[in-house]
Design a protein around this ligand. Structure first.
Ligand SMILES: Cc1ncc(C[n+]2csc(CCOP(=O)(O)OP(=O)(O)O)c2C)c(N)n1
Ligand SMILES: [Mg+2]
Length: 774
């Protein structure tokens, strides 16, 4: 940009920045103090956190963003984003006035709730920026698998304390992330978090850690006025003094009365004044010096523009801008360590209005048509428009016609199903991801056929002897192997599950991990779902059926997670054929754009199951499997079956079905008829209860109204504990309600009371049929 044009633009940008500062403060003020608030709960909003990024965000949106760029905004700077979108004409004043109200603009940027303006969701610290990083990876993947290279760049603006979250560094350790030249992070280094002032060493560490991870680091440490002073005699000593101050001391300088800063800056360890610095500062008034101390790079528009331009130059990896800022910039509580939740008082707001030149009554004013500001905003690139969905949705076959061994586990069946998918056209859209457990979750066959993805080709080395997996890494591969970091797995799954909407190409992401480690990445899984990603999670093995592996590897609480998580359907099938149907249906639901489209959580096992126990294949069987369960053993036609006297319902999920069948046989000897229901999805049975005709109620017939229930699953018993109350009958819920432990499978089932004998015993006690079966 020519220097003259640039200085005109900078003056205009400064004017826009002021309006962004004003609007972001005012919309929070309005929500808290102007809008009627019948229940008097504090509405909240973060004025201080917003103010520290006004310069960075103004420069980004009105100068640096290209038409193909999308942004993940620091969650608690959402008021700044909303102010910017208002000035861009994408929000109305009425919408700004609805901040944090039902159906209105969300507290934190939400793609799910405000899709018209939000490309990438943020909220929980550390997750939004990492999602953006994996978004950049997904966009790269799409461009290398026949799609458009869109979005062209993923930009994340994040708070400095977000980098306290370990998951951020887990992402930076991923080898593929350092390859991403379509990724820019801008860190708002205001040295404060919620309660704390940042550790003194952190500023230097951030630079070193990002560099160590292969990022190009740009720093916006000091503003232009201070840098000019540094160039004068004594200037380097002043810089050294400023940079040697601890964070708390520096923050305190921002709040000292006039004259205070000079004393601190000219001090030396020996106690006498630093003559060179003293001379340098002699012509600067106390008031000016106070303001000069706060002249940091993240509020210096020309410096920000330069850094953003530099960041936009092509290079081989990701870029980060470390921008020093002041939290509460422009407000009376700027730099106050306790300003995180502070709100401007009416008096402070009035002063701010006057100082920013906003006339009373003009609080919501934008820029008049034809003004330099309106012109600059008009010239800025249009908001991101994703490319149209490429060649429609891939076809999911009706059936795979796969045959399964007579004894097989759901995990083994999963491997076979993927093997079959790899030979079908739909397989070209599947991308698998695993956090270092792909071989042990049965992905080896798939990987051998499809190869491992890496953004650039890597030389392969031929190993001697037969190998379980051919580890060939190239941009054509379709499996992504991550390090052992379940947060990365879920955030990457979420990002790959958004490509239909962001890049115009439907990918079908399938991630595998051991079921106990779902909780390790749970926060990321929740975020990935909330952010709108659609994907399949195959969690295997699960439960105590993993027997000798012991309590640390046996998942107990995951059924509850599966039932409770929104936007994902949890299934726990028993038989291979059921898994095939569920997976095909799950793929179909990933493709569906309407509400019914959801992610899929499969809780699988390595326990071999006798497949001949399964019903004969039929459309009704398939339909019931997909609805959440079916009657496997029907006692109703048996002579002497009396639902009011000698009948019991056993509901068993997944691998516990054979135990339920065994119990039904034992019960027959005791004169009790047991119906066995195989529950394929506790989640769907539960959700269905709110429907007019719940599937659960359809499973039992009208004359079975009083039949009591025993439920059993390989996980915490409460996963199926709702059945009795839903049917209005007594229930004994069996399951694993304590930590697991090592042991033979039979011993463990006996120990935790989920074997055939325990099921039968529970049935008898429900029928008040006296002592237990031995
Ligand atoms: C995972 C998580 N833990 C805690 C919080 C609560 N919280 C909100 S903002 C914040 C401090 C963030 O500091 P920083 O990232 O430096 O942002 P700043 O407000 O200083 O810009 C905390 C702890 C959160 N939102 N997410
Ligand atoms: Mg901070």
């Amino acid at each position: 940009m020519a220097a003259q044009a640039r200085s005109a633009d900078i003056a205009t940008l400064e004017s826009i920045q002021k309006r962004v500062l004003w609007l972001s403060a005012y919309l929070v003020h309005h929500a808290n103090s102007v809008r009627p608030n019948p229940d008097t709960t504090k509405v909240g909003g973060h004025q201080a956190s917003s103010s520290s990024v006004v310069g960075l965000m103004t420069a980004l949106y009105f100068h640096a963003l290209g038409p193909g760029d999308i942004v993940a905004t620091k969650a608690h700077a959402s008021p700044v984003l909303y102010a910017i979108e208002y000035l861009r004409g994408r929000l109305t004043a009425e919408q700004l006035r609805g901040l944090r109200s039902l159906g209105g603009l969300q507290a934190y940027p939400s793609r799910r709730k405000n899709p018209e303006i939000i490309d990438l969701s943020t909220g929980s610290m550390g997750l939004g920026a990492v999602s953006a990083a994996f978004g950049a990876l997904a966009a790269r993947y799409v461009s290398q698998h026949g799609g458009a290279a869109m979005p062209t760049r993923f930009v994340a603006v994040l708070g400095d304390a977000e980098l306290d979250e370990g998951n951020v560094w887990e992402a930076l350790l991923e080898e593929a992330v350092r390859e991403l030249d379509n990724l820019l992070w801008i860190v708002d280094v205001n040295r404060q978090s919620l309660d704390r002032i940042a550790p003194d060493a952190r500023r230097g560490q951030l630079r070193d850690w990002f560099r160590g991870a292969g990022w190009h680091v740009l720093e916006l440490r000091w503003g232009g006025r201070l840098r000019a002073l540094f160039a004068r005699p004594g200037g380097e000593r002043l810089r050294a003094r400023l940079e040697a101050l601890g964070n708390a001391e520096y923050q305190s300088l921002l709040r000292l009365p006039p004259g205070g800063a000079r004393k601190v800056l000219t001090a030396t360890p020996g106690g006498e004044a630093d003559r060179a610095v003293d001379r340098l500062l002699a012509e600067i008034s106390d008031e000016m010096l106070g303001a000069l101390v706060g002249d940091v790079g993240g509020h210096d528009l020309p410096a920000i523009l330069e850094a953003l331009e530099e960041a936009g130059r092509s290079r081989s990896g990701p870029c980060v801008i470390l921008a020093d800022t002041v939290k509460g910039w422009g407000y009376p509580f700027g730099g106050d360590p306790m300003n995180h939740s502070a709100l401007l008082t009416q008096g402070q707001l009035d002063e701010l209005r006057a100082s920013l030149g906003i006339a009373p009554g003009q609080e919501w004013a934008g820029f008049p048509t034809g003004s330099a500001e309106a012109e600059l905003i008009r010239r800025a690139p249009a908001p991101y428009a994703p490319p149209p969905l490429r060649d429609g949705a891939p076809e999911v076959p009706e059936s795979l016609d796969e045959s399964y061994p007579s004894q097989t586990s759901t995990q083994e069946a999963f491997g076979r199903i993927l093997g079959r998918l790899s030979r079908l056209p739909i397989g070209d859209r599947v991308v698998t991801l695993s956090a270092d457990v792909s071989v042990t979750t049965h992905l080896a066959g798939w990987i051998n056929r499809k190869g491992v993805y890496f953004p650039r080709a890597k030389p392969g080395f031929i190993a001697e002897g037969p190998q379980v997996v051919q580890w060939k890494e190239s941009p054509e591969g379709q499996h992504i192997e991550l390090g052992i970091a379940e947060h990365n797995l879920f955030l990457a799954l979420g990002a790959f599950g958004l490509t239909a909407e962001l890049s115009g190409m439907t990918l079908l992401p399938i991630g595998t991990l051991y079921d106990p480690f779902v909780s390790r990445g749970l926060d990321a899984l929740y975020h990935a779902l909330y952010a709108g990603g659609r994907f399949i999670v195959a969690a295997t093995p699960s439960g105590i059926s993993l027997s000798p592996e012991g309590g640390a590897h046996q998942s107990v609480i995951t059924p509850g997670i599966g039932v409770a998580l929104p936007a994902i359907t949890y299934y726990e099938p028993t038989f291979a054929q059921e898994l095939e149907w569920i997976l095909l249906d799950g793929l179909q639901r990933l493709i569906k754009r309407e509400e019914a489209g959801e992610s899929l959580y499969l809780r699988l096992s390595t326990k071999p199951i006798e497949q001949s126990l399964a019903p004969a294949r039929s459309p009704a069987y398939r339909d019931a499997v997909l609805r959440g369960g079916y009657r496997l053993i029907d006692a109703r036609p048996q002579p002497g079956y009396d639902p009011e006297d000698n009948a019991v319902h056993i509901f068993a999920a997944g691998v516990m079905v054979p135990e339920a069948v065994e119990a039904s046989r034992a019960l027959r000897a005791a004169g009790v008829w047991a119906n066995v229901f195989a529950v394929t999805s506790p989640d769907l049975l539960y959700r269905g209860l709110r429907r007019a005709r719940p599937h659960l109620i359809d499973l039992v017939s009208a004359d079975e109204e009083g039949v009591p229930v025993v439920s059993v699953l390989d996980g915490h018993s409460h996963g199926l504990a709702f059945l009795g109350s839903a049917l209005g009958v007594p229930q004994i819920p069996l399951g694993v309600d304590h930590f697991g432990q090592s042991g033979a499978r039979g011993d463990l089932y006996r120990h935790y009371g989920v074997d055939g004998a325990a099921i039968a015993q529970s049935a008898l006690s429900l029928l008040a049929r006296g002592p237990a079966l031995e």
